[in-house]
Write a protein that binds this ligand. Structure first.
Ligand code: ADP
Length: 402
């Protein structure tokens, strides 16, 4: 059984075709600059040469059509016909309170994804475009929505309600949702597998540290808290996002810097965080290098980031009444031995210590705590596409013939 995984952004589209028999990737690729000059499709078929096409890609529908054509192309393709695709799995960013699991897409689901667009105005409409394009081109293939928010729907009210009038929750569904759910779910499950334990016996803290960064507390298989909130702006200091700040700063800045609501939102999302503190870059590779060369603000940004992560880890240990494993994933978490070391330095009171040598790993699954530490530390590369493919196969198992 082959599953086509689609992740649509407003002007980009990532895809993978996965063979579920052995969970191998048959092809993957990226369409960029949809609807903008200079659109490209980069297609990477496994075992064949990669190819880049530079053509006008006016909308998502054209982009998906190009991807389906190249997947079945006699030179660059990996399947003979689209009939081989059993189902399509879509990443959908916001599922609100409606979706606590992946679902088969029908009219009702589409309507609800659209209703959730208020909470994710940049993402959900783009995800819907991808779904509609696939529906048009492959009307008889089942499609499944896999939500970034779903894994966090197990949080108790005490973790997801803000200190705001309760009516606002009832009126606007204003609450913490959390994001990166598929990633947190995948790495928590992998940690349990590596430990040869059931997730239901473990308390795991998952640190998804990329451009966007979030931490989750996964207690006995269920997420009980996470650092991102109503939007992906809350929590840690991120590449360009401020993370949590005193909310009173917002009206202060709006007045002093003459910013309207849209402008302050952009300021906090795009010009803040590591970029804002350093004045240099949002990319930790640049920041680590600048710090090494003696740049004080770069060093400060690194210190602030590591301190925040450590504080969240401490908070989640308290929330779960202990911890059995800490997992690092995503760009920074998978690649920066330096940052992992800095974060874990001082966590010895928990019963764990990072092993400097084992920590010198990059983008590879590995336990990095010292041998026999009661609390394990892992690097686990995330694989959101595989979770989407697995969920899609699972949701469709009654519908598709094996
Ligand atoms: P996202 O998916 O949120 O855009 P990623 O998970 O791809 O982000 O992470 C990208 C970030 O990871 C980069 O901006 C950079 O800060 C960090 N990163 C990647 N590789 C390294 C590395 N070798 N050392 C330090 N940081 C790295």
């Amino acid at each position: 059984m082959k599953i086509f995984v689609v992740n649509c952004g407003s002007s980009s589209l990532k895809y993978q075709l996965i063979n579920m028999v052995d969970e191998s990737v048959l092809a993957k690729g990226l369409v960029e600059r949809i609807g903008i000059d200079g659109s490209t499709l980069k297609h990477v078929p496994t075992g064949k040469e990669s190819v880049t096409l530079n053509e006008v890609i006016a909308n998502h529908s054209v982009g998906i059509k190009m991807v389906l054509d190249i997947l079945t192309d006699s030179n660059h393709g990996v399947i003979e016909s689209l009939e081989e695709i059993a189902a399509i799995g879509h990443r959908v960013v916001h599922g609100g309170e409606k979706f606590s699991d992946s679902v088969l897409i029908g009219l009702d689901v589409l309507k609800n994804i659209e209703l959730c667009s208020v909470m994710a105005p940049l993402h959900n409409p783009a995800n819907l475009l991808g779904i509609e394009a696939c529906e048009k081109l492959m009307p008889s293939t089942p499609q499944v929505a896999v939500f970034d928010t779903a894994f966090h729907q197990t949080m108790p009210k005490q973790a997801y309600l803000y200190g705001l009038p309760y009516e606002l929750y009832e009126k606007y569904a204003l609450r913490r949702y959390g994001f990166h759910g598929t990633s947190h779910k995948y790495v928590a499950q992998r940690a349990a597998d590596i430990m040869d334990e059931h997730m239901t016996n473990l308390r795991i803290i998952t640190c998804h540290l990329g451009n966007g960064a979030s931490i989750a507390a996964v207690k006995y298989g269920k997420c009980i808290d996470t650092s991102m909130g109503y939007t992906p702006l809350e929590g840690l200091v991120m590449g360009t996002r401020s993370g949590e700040i005193d909310p009173a700063i917002i009206p202060f800045l709006m007045e002093k810097e003459k910013l309207n609501a849209k402008e302050i939102d952009e300021y906090l999302n795009k010009k803040s965080g590591i970029l804002g503190i350093t004045g240099l870059s949002s990319d930790f590779r640049d920041v680590e290098q600048a710090a090494e060369e003696g740049n004080e603000r770069a060093q400060l940004a690194i210190d602030i980031f590591a301190y925040k992560v450590k504080k969240y880890i401490g908070g989640y240990v308290a929330a779960m009444g202990g911890v059995d494993a800490i997992v690092f994933t995503a760009g920074l978490g998978e690649n920066s031995a330096f940052m992992r070391d800095k974060i874990c330095n001082g966590l010895e009171y928990l019963g764990t210590r990072i092993d400097k040598e084992r920590n010198m790993v990059r983008g590879k699954e590995q336990e990095i705590s010292v041998k026999r530490a009661p609390v394990k530390i892992f690097v686990i590369p995330t694989n959101e596409e595989l979770v989407i493919a697995r969920d899609t196969a699972n949701v469709c198992k009654e519908l598709i013939k094996f």
